[in-house]
Design a protein around this ligand. Structure first.
Ligand code: AMP
Length: 418
């Protein structure tokens, strides 16, 4: 394939309104009924190119409106096709994302004859089998489950015209790339391919060389995405006091819909248990929960009956909940890009939200890197306990080594606590 030409896609385009976009009237109605008044930047740049059948590499986060950016052109391109054949396939890393895209598709395409189906693991094969046997024109699938179906022989992709790889970097993180290769190898070569990814690690660049043909690059700056509408702050605290600080925070006014991130499933479960003991109820969502538990937790969070949801990064990828007031990083992510993903859960689609990070001393280096990455200094409030064991001076995180009148603790504590 030819190398991507970044200048082509990035050519400055006016921020078109939906009415000026090359979209059929029925789709514009769908868009209006979703309550979207104007296209997000990724939609404004992607839709006019994608309806022409051009291959696209889009670097955009969840929260940017990228799902509609690829679903609308798919619908537009298939409007005149007869039913009963699979014309488009969207590969996505998680079942939550698949379900979310299917929901958007139903709404955006409600005035068309086109049908979508979500295909993902953890639930029965039968209804999905019907969709794959010709019941739906647009399939949104996680790679593993789709391969299961393909190996049974009834999936006919001969008419496939459009392939979307959604959140390609996350599929890479989750080890799905061999499955993706396997699937793409069995699709018609004469097709349009769109790849969306928040970041562009070398493996994804290689993959796009393999799968795409003369693609347009459409870049949404990560920094802008992280900064837009989100107010960031950090609370410096000892690792062992994070839960009580969090419980205080959760009792504050305005904490209406709070998504709390931990770095492991175990820590998510433990945190919910500890919070419960402190009188704060929280739902939990992570990869070890069954599909029905995840759906229930998400639904309770979405309808407001559960104000707090604790999540791990992978589980949170598919969470599309309107009006999350706060994202709290109980654990600071190691990767700066993960911070951007997390805070992107609040302030979605140009609304406002707060991101609060509880930063222990051990996490300070990671946090410094996050600031560099998003290109802004984040206000830090020091809530470390001055009576706790003193610590070595550490830049802005430093505590007085020894307060007058407070006896320094025994020497060995210096090494383990701060
Ligand atoms: P996505 O990045 O596709 O996960 O979308 C993030 C959120 O933005 C979803 O809740 C969409 O419903 C919403 N959204 C997408 N496009 C628009 C738009 N043009 N105006 C307002 N909200 C939008």
């Amino acid at each position: 394939m030819n190398e991507p030409n970044p200048t082509q896609g990035e050519a400055s385009q006016p921020n078109k309104q939906y009415d000026e976009m090359p979209l059929h009237e029925t789709l514009r109605r769908g868009v209006k009924e979703m309550g979207y008044t104007e296209p997000t930047p990724i939609q404004a740049k992607t839709i006019p190119q994608a309806v022409l059948g051009t291959d696209i590499i889009g670097t955009a986060q969840t929260g940017s409106g990228k799902t509609a950016a690829f679903l609308l052109p798919i619908l537009e391109r298939l409007l005149r096709e007869p039913t009963g054949r699979i014309y488009a396939l969207v590969l996505t890393p998680t079942r939550e994302l698949a379900l979310q895209a299917e929901t958007f598709l139903k709404k955006l395409g409600r005035h068309t004859h086109l049908k979508g189906a979500a295909v993902y693991g953890g639930v029965g094969m039968e209804p999905q089998q019907r969709a794959l046997r010709g019941g739906a024109e647009i399939i949104i699938a996680t790679p593993g489950r789709l391969l299961d179906h393909m190996s049974r022989g009834y999936v006919d992709f001969r008419h496939l015209r459009i392939l979307v790889l959604d959140e390609a970097d996350r599929m890479l993180d989750m080890g799905f790339i061999p499955d993706v290769r396997d699937i793409v190898g069995r699709l018609p070569r004469n097709r349009q391919t769109m790849l969306f990814s928040a970041t562009m690690p070398p493996e994804i660049v290689r993959l796009s060389r393999e799968f795409l043909n003369n693609p347009r690059m459409i870049r949404m700056e990560e920094k802008t995405v992280a900064a837009a509408g989100v107010s960031h702050r950090a609370i410096l605290v000892e690792a062992n006091r994070k839960t009580s600080i969090l419980s205080d925070l959760l009792r504050q006014e305005g904490m209406d819909s709070v998504l709390v991130f931990t770095k492991t499933k175990h820590r998510a479960d433990r945190l919910s248990f500890q919070l419960q003991k402190m009188g704060v109820r929280a739902g939990v969502i992570h990869g070890d929960k069954s599909q029905s538990q995840r759906v229930r937790a998400l639904e309770a969070f979405r309808n407001g009956s559960q104000r707090v949801l604790i999540a791990t990064d992978i589980a949170a990828r598919g969470i599309d909940v309107e009006g999350i007031s706060h994202v709290i990083n109980y654990d600071v992510p190691h990767e700066a890009a993960t911070y951007v993903h997390r805070v992107g859960r609040t302030a979605r689609a140009q609304k406002e939200g707060d991101a609060i990070s509880l930063v222990s001393r051990e996490e300070q280096d990671d946090f410094d890197r996050i600031e560099q990455f998003i290109g802004m200094a984040i206000a830090r409030e020091n809530k470390t306990d001055p009576n706790a064991a003193p610590q070595a001076p550490m830049g802005r995180f430093s505590q007085p080594r020894h307060r007058p009148g407070v006896r320094p603790p025994p020497r060995h504590r210096y090494q383990h606590k701060f």
